[in-house]
Design a binder for this molecule. Structure first.
Ligand code: NAD
Length: 485
């Protein structure tokens, strides 16, 4: 097994296929956004068609064992994996921070634990799942949930560890084997997870990891007709490619895609809290799909809100993700930094007003927290996901206009609403076209609730039983009453 030493930890850099660490003829470089110019921190196996084929063969073979485990047996292994994730918190947090610049304190205090919680949730749900039985038409009817087979799990570079557990846990709990293809900009904590899955006692072929480039090994995996489920988190553009492959092989497919969420502030809101939350949409340099990136503020409180907002953002420290004193981390990759800057420079050229920020911080991968007042609701910065520290600011006169603006993009992942009126919270919350609405709060979510998007924000729902349903083939068994005893 080849490894790279990252922050003092030896991290595997090969694929994990059929219970073995295996390499590929080629590798790709992984660099740290915290010190980009220092060169690669790891040379990671670059999967090809042969790696995809080997992983699919292993997952197909492994399904004979893992798919035959009882729910209680699977539950036991998944709880052991959750224990191991908790015990290796420091390693996972350190490696994720170096690999993609996620804030170390957030990883250490929240996100590693959340990854473990995802495995615990599904370890519990799978044993609580009851089969439905009923008598009708002189038959005893039973609904059985069968494991479906190998599941291809493709994940993005932002919050890579936590997001991958959110997809892997229900697939494994349902009895499917998995082939995980993490993003090439943040491949390393996925390798730690594969190692821990092995230590937890998963049989060979149940948990497979293939590293590499999306258009290469990712495309090969989703095109393989042995895959029985494909679950993807990433951009709408990639989802279109994967959806075509899924359609070709008639494979169920879920997609958690981008967002362009509104953050709506009514005049009756607690403006201190609303401004605080709006400012913190710059968290993780705006690389959060759920972020409320379109600030929609009632006209009568515009100035008061903006004053509070700017005062908070003025105090933000842009720095190294390892330091607790840092508020805003660097962006993941120079190419992404350039993408984000491209949006802002086009906005400038198109007559939108750059209210604050709008520049790369010289010599770093930081982008200044940026606020743009668009010339119109059709502006590119209003209608397209930027996935960086760039928010837009618009005002509305009344509730109807707020709802109309909120629902005016092709996306529909999440929305935030700030109001002290319970009636308004219900009314506006119900009128928004998206998968999640938070009123006077953000990000906290009961893991048993459904999660997903409308429009180009996604297909299908994850969370709780929704993900178990997706990963199961459902059968109705009908036995003529009193015909067999
Ligand atoms: P991306 O679509 O570029 O890549 C995601 C994954 O797909 C990567 O692992 C990549 O290697 C792989 N991939 C790329 N091309 C492929 C192909 N042809 N076939 C198979 N796999 C392929 O997305 P990204 O830039 O890594 O992630 C950012 C996007 O993810 C943003 O749009 C963000 O909003 C979205 N996202 C959504 C959620 C959610 O839950 N809705 C969560 C996080 C991120």
């Amino acid at each position: 097994m080849r490894t790279a030493t990252i922050g003092g930890f030896d991290v595997p850099v090969d694929h994990f296929i059929g219970g073995e660490w295996v390499g590929s003829p080629n590798t790709f470089e992984s660099r740290s956004p915290l010190d980009w110019d220092a060169g690669p921190i790891a040379d990671v196996a670059r999967g090809d068609a042969a790696a995809a084929d080997a992983a699919m063969a292993a997952a197909t073979e492994g399904f004979k064992t893992w798919g035959a485990y009882s729910p209680a047996e699977r539950s036991e292994v998944l709880h052991r994996l959750a224990d191991l994730i908790e015990a290796n918190n420091e390693e996972i947090a350190t490696v994720e921070t170096l690999d993609m610049a996620f804030m170390y304190a957030s990883m250490r205090d929240r996100l590693v634990a959340r990854g473990a919680a995802n495995f615990r949730l599904y370890a519990d749900l799978i044993v609580q799942r009851e089969e439905r039985h009923w008598d009708a038409k002189n038959m005893d009817n039973t609904v059985q949930h069968m494991p479906a087979g190998p599941a291809v799990v493709i994940t993005p570079w932002n919050a890579p560890f936590m997001l991958s557990t959110w997809k892997l846990a229900p697939a494994l709990a349902a009895g499917n084997t998995v082939i995980h293809k993490p993003a090439e900009w943040s491949p390393l904590t996925a390798a730690i997870l594969a190692r821990l899955a092995n230590e937890a006692g998963m049989p060979a072929g149940a948990f497979n990891l293939v590293q590499g480039i999306g258009q290469e090994v990712g495309a090969a995996l989703v095109a393989d007709d042995r895959a029985r489920r494909i679950t993807f988190t990433g951009s709408p553009a990639t989802a279109r490619h994967i959806g075509k492959a899924a359609a070709e092989n008639i494979v169920p497919f879920t997609a958690e895609l981008g967002g362009k969420g509104p953050l709506i502030v009514f005049a009756d809101a607690d403006l201190d809290q609303a401004a605080h939350r709006a400012a913190w949409q710059y968290d993780d340099s705006g690389q959060i799909c759920l972020a409320g990136t379109r600030l929609l503020v009632e006209e009568s409180v515009r100035d008061e809100f903006l004053e509070k907002f700017h005062a908070i953002v003025d105090g933000f420290v842009l720095g190294d993700s390892r330091e607790d004193s840092t508020d805003i981390a660097p962006m993941v990759h120079p190419d992404h930094l350039a993408n984000v800057d491209g949006f802002v420079q086009r906005a400038r050229a198109n007559g939108d007003t750059i209210v604050r920020g709008g520049n790369i911080v010289e010599g770093t991968l930081h982008y200044e927290p940026t606020l743009i007042e668009p010339a119109s609701n059709d502006s590119e910065v209003v209608q397209h996901e930027i996935f960086g520290p760039v928010l837009t600011f618009q005002t509305f006169q009344d509730e109807a206009e707020a709802i109309e603006l909120a629902n005016s993009t092709d996306y529909g992942l999440s929305a935030l609403v700030w109001t002290t009126s319970r009636e308004r919270a219900e009314r506006v919350g119900r009128a928004l076209r998206c998968g999640l609405v938070w009123v006077n709060t953000f990000l906290v979510r009961d893991l048993t609730a459904p999660f997903g998007g409308c429009g180009i924000s996604g297909i299908g729902r994850e969370g709780g039983d929704w993900a178990l349903d997706f990963h199961s083939d459902v059968k109705t068994l009908m036995i003529l009453s009193d015909s067999a005893s």
